[in-house]
Design a protein around this ligand. Structure first.
Ligand SMILES: Cc1cc2nc3c(=O)[nH]c(=O)nc-3n(C[C@H](O)[C@H](O)[C@H](O)COP(=O)(O)O)c2cc1C
Length: 213
């Protein structure tokens, strides 16, 4: 019996509270990324909950390095232009169709959350941990987005590493983006991720034991 099945059987025999927790975990395990998004995006209390989830992540040294920049409504057009300008600055020969693709991408997402870290160089907490904490924030928000019935995707690409784009969003080096979350309502309810489609534990999980002398 797999660990997951064993856990399921244990929960089935126990309290309603534990079964509720297991249902939540099942829901988390069914999350899928999708960039095919339509209105509405979460707003108001729902968006607050998503942002709260992003702020409830491990944070070595209580640095609170996370910064979330919401790009929505009309601002998306200007952000698309910012992406196009950055692409042109990187490559003067960039084809107009490529620039239009990014302009359209910015507007197509009902909500973009640019996730970054206000990174402190030279701090005893290593830089990678400050970046990882922002990554954890992105993941927690994706999970909250899913639990609330919305969908999203975490993307990066060259623009996320572009100084011009970073600065436009308030991330001056060493502070930096870790990516963009595209957020909205899935156009086609994504097929839930089945247990059989998930990575096999045997390829990723290993039991360590002390070397024999
Ligand atoms: C840091 C990071 C950057 C990513 N950047 C992109 C990207 O630029 N474009 C893309 O299509 N997927 C990107 N992905 C992958 C998607 O977010 C997603 O994980 C993938 O589509 C698999 O979907 P799943 O979450 O349903 O397994 C990135 C993932 C991570 C963690």
């Amino acid at each position: 019996m797999s660990n997951a099945s064993a856990a399921r059987n244990t929960f089935a025999a126990t309290t309603a509270e534990q079964r509720n927790r297991l249902r939540t975990l099942d829901l988390l395990l069914s999350r899928r990324s999708t960039g095919a998004l339509a209105e509405p995006a979460p707003s108001g209390t729902e968006l607050d909950l998503i942002l709260e989830a992003g702020l409830r992540v491990p944070d070595h040294g209580r640095l609170r390095p996370w910064r979330f920049v919401l790009i929505r409504g009309e601002a998306r057009t200007a952000f698309g232009e910012c992406l196009a300008e950055a692409i042109k600055a990187r490559d003067r020969a960039a084809p107009p169709a490529l620039l239009d693709r990014y302009r359209a991408w910015a507007v197509r997402n009902p909500l973009l959350i640019a996730v970054g870290t206000r990174l402190r160089s030279g701090h005893p907490v290593p830089e990678i941990e400050q970046v990882l904490s922002a990554g954890a924030a992105a993941m927690n928000m994706l999970n909250a987005i899913h639990l609330l019935g919305y969908a999203g995707i975490w993307v990066t690409g060259a623009n996320a590493y572009d100084a011009r784009v970073n600065e436009a969003l308030g991330f001056r080096a060493p502070s930096r983006l870790v990516g963009f979350l595209g957020v909205g309502t899935p156009i086609n309810a994504p097929e839930p991720m089945l247990a059989s489609q998930r990575p096999d534990q045997s390829a990723h999980v290993f039991e360590w034991s002390a070397p024999t002398a």
